[in-house]
Design a protein. Structure first.
Length: 298
């Protein structure tokens, strides 16, 4: 009990040192923990759960699999991995386990859904800010039989040398249904980018602390509609070459702090419609030339 109370006391102490706290969001998860038995490889399994945004603001949610064994977490795929949920709304999350080979043993994984603040929150200049993040988890216990492991990579998994995620291996943290983390900055963070852009356009974006010193490790993480993810510096440009929901996240090291959804719509700059526009323009020019020649001949 003491181990679970200590993190909450630390968060409360941190918040009392920051005059402004941005926290108008939360998370709810509708789903059950699962115990999955693997008696032979290859193995497939699929299921789903729902996340709920009980806050008064639209929010971004990321969903990831964590655990001490990187090869086991690689079995898990999640769709969508990042989603925007309106205030009071729900979103269904699907996940699948596809294991071609593995070691025997029992493995605990956690599907962690984290809620992020919006990049256009109210901002007070030169004021320390604590950003609260709430997370919910679903626990997966995967039991690989000794015979299945022996027929594959081995009956026992070698001990991992490194934990692949900062939250893995901490039972007290992972067992809590809703975790709270706080990140404090000297001034509010911001992401300067339009909410809607035309496909095919290149848009400059910038972000960081509104006033004061921006941490050197702060950077953008870009998530495309196709599921691709890449990193960019704070002052950069993005070519939005695919229609759909993009997500621009502001991260410190690898930890996302706030994010912003960008809707990319079809438009004049979309490469798929440009040939039709050029064809229409060419037809108009030909018609005008033919009309002038006819008038001249008359």
């Amino acid at each position: 009990m003491a181990n679970k109370v200590a993190p909450l006391l630390a968060v409360m102490l941190l918040l009392t040192s920051a005059p402004l706290v941005l926290c108008d969001m939360g998370i709810g998860i509708s789903g059950n923990n699962h115990e999955i038995d693997i008696d032979a490889f290859p193995f497939t399994y699929s299921s789903s759960f729902s996340i709920h945004n009980p806050g008064n603001e639209d929010a971004l949610f990321s969903i990831r699999a964590t655990g001490p064994y990187k090869d086991v977490t690689s079995w898990v795929s999640i769709e969508p991995a990042i989603v925007s949920v309106k205030a009071g709304g729900y979103s269904d999350i699907s996940y699948a386990i596809e294991a071609d080979e593995g070691y025997g043993g029992a493995y605990e994984l956690y599907l962690v859904a984290t809620c992020y603040g919006d990049g256009e929150m109210d901002q007070t200049p030169s004021t320390p800010v604590s950003y609260l993040q709430t997370s919910g988890t679903i626990k997966l216990t995967i039991n690989v039989s000794e015979s299945a492991g022996a027929m594959s990579k081995g009956p026992d998994h070698p001990k991992p040398t490194l934990v692949d995620d900062e939250n893995a291996g901490n039972a007290d943290t992972n067992e809590i249904t809703n975790n709270i983390e706080a990140y404090t900055f000297d001034a509010p963070l911001y992401i300067n980018i339009p909410r809607e852009v035309r496909c095919g356009t290149t848009v400059p974006i910038e972000g960081g602390c509104l006033h004061g010193k921006t941490p050197h490790a702060l950077h953008f993480i870009i998530h495309t509609p196709k599921g691709d993810t890449y990193e960019r510096p704070l002052e950069t440009s993005i070519e939005f070459d695919d229609v759909g929901e993009w997500h621009v996240l502001l991260a410190l090291d690898k930890q996302t702090i706030i994010g912003k959804q960008v809707m990319v719509v079809e438009g004049c700059n979309d490469t798929s419609t440009m040939p039709l526009i050029l064809l229409g323009a060419a037809i108009c020019v030909c018609c005008m030339v033919a009309y002038r020649r006819k008038r001249a001949s008359d």
